[in-house]
Design a protein around this ligand. Structure first.
Ligand code: ADP
Ligand code: MG
Length: 604
């Protein structure tokens, strides 16, 4: 019964402003029976101010608050105060709230399967109060008088009835005053401040309906309106400049009979915006901020071929799954969850992000990654701006810290060099080109490198009026395998976009009259099946069709190349964005630096 009531969408209650909504705290606080305690994954002792902030904010959200204020002094060591306008705690239950395993959110072990509140272990207040001086002032909506309680190191020092607004204010002072070891291990005040800041930002994103405010040392650091728009919060959290480079996830939810409904919404960055670490990939599952490296990897992978190695996207991903599909009772700080079938979630997340990205690049094929680099670590990345992504206003002054790549230039410059000037030495095995550069030796896979070069040529062409094509001097007839023929009719639009002119001639047979310039000298009877084979394995999108065309047109391995041909290929590769991998992710070159060689020959 309790579970059923809890499973009602809490958000509806949270948005109720009249204060009559019955949040989970409408239930009495009770001590959990031993058998339930045994089933609860051990909660972690409060390990830093940000963990205390997180717990207090979660309590406010669970209490159905529509406004949550967080005030911090000295990175949370001196004071950490969270004030909400939620349902409040009944005066008669206040002492119980500070007992370990006392909660209003869980009754039976069965309820654990279906948790829809953020808290459920009944441990946080007890753990926090054990290592601080805690003061709570609260008034339950149904009570006339509020109550205030002082607890010091876990011992109740004072309790009195007070007049107070409905809601709860918990103030934590001198955190860890009685646990010097933990105090000594705290990171710098700045680090703690940053952690708390991110805790607030994450909950503000997860609950755009709630108005959050964060004050650190008397200065307001963040505020969300509670207007219900995720976009507002993300723009506010990341800054307008970064937000302009993000797009709303736009992907159809895949519903299959017998599979749980997995909803993915949120925002992801266009490939023009990236960061050198994964720390702007923010994940939520059913309103709970979680960490999941496999899931962030799945998201990064969706950018395959769009971001250079070592660059990571920005993402705010709201994943919703049926409560019984996810186990939240696995991690001490509830920061990790376990899905009944994690693969399903990863695939859904990756698909949604990829679909969003491809939609944006489809409509504007100039979306292309430029890497202005020297060769080596000290590379700086910037992007070839897409017209729509170019806008940037002077008033967007905000804390830029950490944003690595933002569209800068108004016009695309001559392609910057991405490799040093290389001199072709020769070819080995009719597959690899050996070249020499200022910093050593390069072994280049001719097929992978050519694929990369052609892919960018095609991207450029489609951005500048379309793929250049030519009418074939003699039209070519191709007889395809039935499966290929079927696929070709299915994706004929993609071929038309590439400026192929293909007519159905008979069952499984086609006549090609016009073809892209880069394959016009080739036998289309070979090009078509190759492209169809790639498309069969990939998504049926314009970008993947470009990749397929580049792959089909690239020089094969096994083909002997003339010196000039190799020279031309290398010269193109030197100015190619992301020259280190083919569009499908194969390595294009191996670099042996002078130092590598000297090491190898023991000359150092
Ligand atoms: P849990 O959240 O896991 O139940 P806590 O120790 O965080 O455990 O809180 C214990 C109980 O105190 C909660 O179940 C809730 O009933 C009550 N409580 C705590 N904070 C608040 C708050 N801000 N507003 C209303 N009730 C609260
Ligand atoms: Mg709690």
């Amino acid at each position: 019964m309790l579970r059923e009531m809890l499973a009602e969408p809490l958000v509806a209650e949270r948005t109720g402003e009249d204060g009559t909504g019955e949040g989970p705290n409408a239930f009495a606080i009770e001590l959990l029976p031993d058998e339930v305690i045994g089933r609860i994954a051990a909660g972690e002792a409060i390990e830093r101010p940000a963990s205390a902030a997180k717990e207090l904010i979660e309590n406010a959200i669970d209490a159905g608050a529509s406004s949550v204020h967080v005030e911090v002094e000295a990175g949370g060591r001196r004071i950490l105060r969270v004030t909400d306008n939620g349902i409040g705690i009944r005066a008669g239950e206040i002492e119980l709230a500070f007992k370990r395993h006392a909660t209003s959110k869980l009754r039976t072990a069965d309820d654990l399967r279906d948790i829809s509140t953020l808290g459920f272990r009944g441990e946080a207040l007890a753990s926090i109060a054990a290592v601080s001086r805690a003061t709570v002032v609260t008034r339950h909506r149904a009570d006339e008088m509020g109550v205030s309680l002082h607890v010091r190191g876990g011992v109740i020092e004072q309790r009195r009835l007070v007049g107070a607004p409905a809601g709860t204010a918990v103030a934590i002072e001198n955190l860890f005053f009685n646990t010097p070891a933990r105090l000594a291990f705290l990171k710098s005040e700045t680090t703690e401040k940053r952690h708390i800041h991110w805790v607030v930002l994450r909950y503000a994103m997860a609950y755009p309906n709630i108005a959050f405010a964060l004050k650190q040392d008397g200065r307001e650091r963040f505020r969300s309106s509670g207007g219900g728009e995720l976009a507002d919060v993300v723009a506010n959290a990341f800054g307008l400049k970064a937000f302009r480079c993000m797009m709303a996830i736009d992907a159809a939810e895949e519903r299959r009979p017998g599979r749980p409904a997995i909803g993915i919404t949120g925002y992801v960055s266009q490939p023009t915006l990236s960061r050198a670490s994964r720390d702007r990939i923010i994940l939520f599952v059913n309103g709970r901020a979680i960490q999941d490296s496999t899931l962030s990897h799945a998201i990064t992978q969706a950018y395959d071929g769009l971001l250079k190695a070592g660059a990571f996207p920005f993402a705010v991903l709201m994943i919703s799954v049926p409560p019984d599909f996810v186990d939240v009772n696995v991690h001490p700080t509830k920061a990790e969850v376990r899905f009944r079938d994690s693969q399903l979630v990863f695939v859904a997340a990756q698909r949604a992000v990829r679909e969003t990205l491809l939609k944006s690049t489809d409509s504007a094929p100039a979306a292309d990654l430029w890497t202005a680099t020297g060769f080596g670590e000290d590379s700086i990345a910037y992007q070839n701006p897409q017209p729509a992504w170019r806008r940037r206003n002077a008033e967007d002054l905000f804390d830029d810290e950490g944003i690595d790549a933002i569209p800068e230039a108004a016009e695309a410059p001559l392609r910057p060099r991405t490799l040093p000037v290389l001199r072709v030495v020769g070819q080995v095995g009719a597959a690899y080109i050996i070249a020499e550069g200022p910093s050593g030796l390069y072994l280049i896979d001719q097929n992978a490198a050519h694929e990369r070069v052609l892919y960018h040529q095609l991207i450029d062409e489609s951005a500048n009026g379309g793929i250049s094509s030519a009418t074939l001097s003699e039209s070519q007839a191709a007889l395809l395998a039935p499966a290929d023929a079927e696929l070709l009719s299915e994706v004929s639009d993609l071929f038309t976009q590439l400026n192929f002119e293909i007519e159905v001639f008979g069952p499984n047979s086609f006549v090609i009259r016009r073809a892209p310039q880069i394959v016009s000298g080739m036998l289309c009877t070979e090009v078509l099946p190759r492209m169809l084979a790639s498309l069969r394995r990939s998504e049926k999108s314009a970008i993947c069709a470009l990749e397929a065309l580049a792959a089909a047109a690239a020089v094969r391995s096994g083909q002997i190349l003339q010196q000039e041909e190799m020279g031309l290929l290398i010269a193109q590769l030197e100015r190619c964005p992301s020259p280190f991998a083919s569009p499908s992710g194969r390595k294009t070159l191996i670099h042996l630096s002078r130092e590598d060689l000297a090491d190898e020959f023991k000359r150092r």
